[in-house]
Design a protein around this ligand. Structure first.
Ligand code: LRH
Ligand code: MN
Length: 433
């Protein structure tokens, strides 16, 4: 039995809020209109936008110090997709799932066909596939014949590298059967100790491996390289920053691009500038949205630095000529304290708000201030957009997608978690990180 959210229940909850939503919306449209912004265009662009939900984040994550799961969490990939369908019913903006193999592996043939059919039946498509050569799993290590302890594509042993390339080819084959069109390769490969390996040697081996994987891609697929400065390698990571990621993508092929995980930057890195650079050279492939205060904390996107997220959205709209450029937008978070679905609801809401605020920017006024070297005026223009109350516009964009005006309150009102606890039990299995 699939636990779902009845659209009629969502409409009932929206009805309860219509009496104040409509005047709020009229006021918001008036306010942005007086600032020269087409509020209807903002609503339409937010309604068009969708961000993939990660299959590994619909369960409780945890840290090495502990994991405190809530009940009713998904036990299978099918149940993860059911939860993402529930999420999408409430937001209208999580229309795809990003799978992580082998945490999710229906198998080629009938398994993949069944999973694709189930996902389609609940309105969910498949976004970028994620491979995993950062853990030793029997299905990725030729039943333990090799180990990724000292790396995978960067490993000095050709047998280990071959196994890693094979795993990635398998993930592509699975993705083809599921209707995905891209592969994200994040590598834990690196060093913990100075002198442990050759920087150049590791880089060249990884590049060679990516080229082999790329050769296996269908012509309409893209490959994303995901950089990260440290963890689990604590002296150096092979793909440590956007520069290295760009070199790897350019060396791999035209359809190889860079994926920017917001948490994969050293403190005070200007991430919006990284986005601008990668977009400028046509190598901005995708995003893993999250937020962090210190390291790769995988917290709710926009929860620590909403202005930073707004600035990133401005660079994306600049790259897209006023609308969001085609890219693989995904959330990549790990939930330790909140109900995973409530966290994903808030994450999607924060992204929608940052996008709506960025769409309220008076682009020509900013260009004028920039040409006039008038930083104070430029700041005023930015803050006017960032301080615009876009909540009614975002709520309306969801409403136009037949989703919830207030997703979190509606999620609680319809009792989805109680229903999954009744169906799945209060215990929950670790289903990923
Ligand atoms: C690595 C990462 C990567 C995923 C993993 C779940 O930190 O961001 O994108 O494979 O998290
Ligand atoms: Mn990531």
């Amino acid at each position: 039995m699939t636990t779902t959210i009845d659209p009629a229940r969502i409409e009932e909850e929206n009805e309860l809020r219509r009496s104040w939503h409509e005047p709020d919306l009229a006021h918001a449209l008036d306010v942005v209109g007086r600032a020269g912004v087409d509020g209807e265009a903002v609503i339409a662009e937010v309604a068009r936008f969708s961000v993939a939900a990660p299959s590994w984040a619909v369960g409780t994550g945890g840290t090495r110090f502990g994991r405190f799961p809530g009940g009713g969490e998904p036990r299978t990939t099918v149940e993860k997709i059911d939860d993402i369908a529930a999420l999408n019913a409430l937001t209208g903006a999580n229309r795809t799932v990003s799978l992580h193999v082998p945490w999710d592996d229906p198998g080629l043939g009938a398994g993949a066909t069944e999973l694709r059919a189930h996902a389609a039946s609940v309105g969910i498509g498949f976004d970028a596939m994620n491979s995993n050569t950062f853990q030793d799993n029997p299905s990725t290590t030729r039943d333990g014949a090799v180990s990724y302890k000292f790396g995978s594509l960067a490993h000095t042993d050709p047998a280990v590298r071959a196994a890693a390339v094979d795993h990635n080819r398998y993930v592509v084959d699975l993705g083809i059967e599921l209707g995905s069109r891209s592969l994200t390769v994040w590598l834990a490969d690196g060093m913990n100790h100075p002198g442990q390996a050759s920087f150049r040697g590791q880089f060249e081996r990884v590049l060679g491996g990516l080229q082999e994987i790329y050769a296996h891609l269908p012509a309409d697929w893209e490959l994303y390289t995901e950089h990260k400065p440290y963890e689990p390698a604590f002296y150096s990571s092979v793909n440590n920053d956007w520069g290295t990621s760009l070199l790897l993508a350019q060396g791999t092929g035209d359809r190889a691009k860079c994926l920017v995980d917001l948490g994969h930057h050293l403190p005070n890195t200007n991430i919006e500038q990284v986005v601008s650079r990668l977009a400028m050279v046509g190598r901005l492939g995708g995003f893993h949205f999250n937020d962090s205060k210190y390291g790769d904390d995988d917290l709710t996107v926009g929860s620590i630095d909403p202005f930073g997220l707004f600035l990133i959205m401005l660079e994306l709209l600049a790259a897209g000529g006023g609308t969001m450029p085609d890219a693989a937008y995904m959330i990549d978070e790990s939930h330790n304290l909140k109900d995973p679905l409530e966290d994903l609801l808030q994450a999607t809401d924060n992204i929608q708000h940052a996008l709506a605020q960025a769409l309220c920017l008076d682009r020509s006024a900013l260009q004028e201030a920039q040409s006039a070297n008038d930083p104070a005026r430029a700041t005023e223009v930015l803050h006017r957009a960032f301080r615009t109350d876009v909540r009614p516009l975002v709520a309306e964009s969801r409403h136009r997608n037949h989703a919830a005006l207030d997703p979190l309150a509606t999620y609680r009102a319809v009792g989805y978690r109680a229903a999954t606890i009744a169906e799945r039990g209060s215990e929950s299995l670790a289903t990923g990180l």
